[in-house]
Design a protein. Structure first.
Length: 481
């Protein structure tokens, strides 16, 4: 699917900043701009499968310990320098550096995956990554580690289809880099505008001031819309509540399951203040769009009687009180969501005391530091199923969002997944991990909200990436997306 060539194409989204490409972030707004300026070794296709990008092909050797990447030889950076494997190696080292900061608590996450790895360029077109243990999920990381021209560091120069032209608060302007290896991009100027309010983003599109509006829920659109198109896609974002399994009553799996049974997910998803019917219920730690989510495993059924029975078995027939922490944003509906959950829990004898934190970065660090009472509202955003398990559920790594869950069975499955290259076998193992976590209920599983875009005339034919990002670029096969 293509868009026509145009002098200017304007995108409005909740935020628009030029960010360091090596700071780990799953915020789609940032990644969309980064993907426009920089290229990575691999990317995902429309089905989530990894495809060559700067790397033409790769092979895995030595039982999953050694990855060898062959790079394109027709790539030039925005300063005219040719891409070399030394640039790829230096970019990886920079992203893994102890000096690299994080966003919303992500500092050190990438480094933890590749601690002790050897990264080397054997010549100008071959990159070698050797890990200490089998790591079948290296591509899950490389897809979001862009390659920069390392001889110009600390200046960040990419090889992507656009180069930065200007930035001011709420506005980023990119100019086409026509020598891009995939071909000239369709827009000579790509403008990104920030508008935090979804209704105002939609209004800008309806007024013809922008060509593409990001995150414009369908229920905000009223009246005729003959002049624009609404796109809806399932997302990999999971809205959940993390349970504190270090101490307190939620160490008991019966109480964790009771909370999941006590929640009426249908009412929550249909609430106009929460998801307005535009979300998929979660049966476990991943969205239906993630790899390894079993199609035949349903979310916990709403069953107040079952919830009361489990509470009684656990010694809480008279009820209990839990302390809930939640951010004011990310997810933006967290306050009405927590209030609705508190109402439903009250019906089975659980009192939920809610504490709201308005400083979102500080809240992320509070959750990372395990300082949130019994329950914490959270949004799990990686498109990588592997990252979700490692950063939140693997008790050996004890990642940033791990909250005390321990399962030797899950850890053994993760070892097997890491050592498995065959796609179908990996899918089957991931499904086993999902089913195990479903039954252990270390989180309150809620929903995966749908993504929405509104397209003006110039955006007709455009499609989002698998991750839900905006790319206005040329495809290697001659199209644009």
């Amino acid at each position: 699917m293509t868009i026509a060539s145009t002098p200017v194409f304007t995108v409005v989204q909740p935020s628009a900043v030029l960010a360091d490409p090596h700071i780990l972030s799953d915020i789609r707004d940032r990644r969309s701009i980064i993907d426009s300026i920089y290229d990575s070794l691999v990317r995902r296709d429309d089905h989530g499968q990894f495809i060559p990008w700067l790397a033409t092909h790769w092979r895995v050797e030595n039982k999953g310990l050694r990855w060898c990447f062959n790079l394109r030889t027709d790539v030039i950076f925005h300063n005219g320098s040719a891409l070399t494997a030394q640039d790829a190696a230096g970019s990886l080292r920079r992203a893994l550096s102890a000096d690299m900061p994080g966003e919303l608590g992500t500092e050190g996450v990438l480094r933890g995956y590749l601690e002790g790895a050897k990264i080397a360029a054997t010549d100008d077109s071959v990159l070698i990554v050797e890990t200490l243990s089998p790591f079948g999920d290296l591509l899950d990381l490389l897809v979001d580690i862009p390659v920069v021209e390392t001889s110009s560091l600390p200046k960040l120069i990419g090889s992507g289809p656009y180069r930065a032209s200007s930035q001011q608060p709420g506005k980023v302007v990119l100019q086409a880099f026509n020598p891009h290896w995939a071909g000239p991009p369709p827009a000579q100027s790509l403008v990104w505008l920030a508008e935090p309010d979804a209704k105002r983003r939609l209004a800008l599109l309806q007024q013809g001031k922008v060509d593409l509006a990001v995150d414009t829920p369908a229920h905000y659109v009223t009246g005729s819309h003959d002049n624009f198109q609404i796109l809806k896609r399932k997302s990999t974002l999971c809205v959940i509540f993390l349970f504190n399994l270090f101490s307190g009553p939620l160490q008991d799996v019966r109480i964790r399951k009771a909370l999941n049974y006590a929640i009426n997910l249908t009412d929550i998803i249909n609430d106009p203040a929460i998801a307005a019917g535009q979300a998929a219920p979660l049966a476990g730690p991943l969205s239906p769009r993630h790899a390894g989510t079993p199609a035949d495993l349903c979310a916990y059924a709403y069953n107040q009687q079952k919830a009361r029975e489990l509470l009684a078995e656990a010694g809480y027939a008279q009820g209990l009180t839990l302390e809930f922490s939640l951010p004011a944003t990310f997810p933006d509906e967290s306050i009405p969501l927590a209030e609705r959950i508190a109402q439903q829990l009250k019906d089975v004898g659980i009192t939920a005391n809610l504490t709201v934190y308005h400083d979102r970065p500080a809240y992320a660090h509070r959750v990372r530091d395990k300082q949130f009472g019994d329950v914490a509202c959270f949004d799990s955003s990686p498109a990588s199923a592997w990252r979700v398990y490692i950063e939140k559920l693997d008790s050996r790594r004890q990642g940033p969002w791990w909250q005390g869950y321990h399962s030797e069975t899950l850890n053994a499955l993760l070892n097997e997944i890491a050592a498995t290259q065959h796609a179908e076998q990996r899918q089957a193992l991931l499904a086993q991990a999902f089913t195990l976590v479903h039954h252990d209920a270390p989180w309150l599983f809620l929903y995966a909200p749908d993504n929405h875009w509104t397209l003006g005339e110039k955006a007709k034919g455009w499609q989002p990436t698998f991750e839900g990002r905006v790319r206005i670029i040329a495809n290697p096969d001659g199209g644009t997306h």
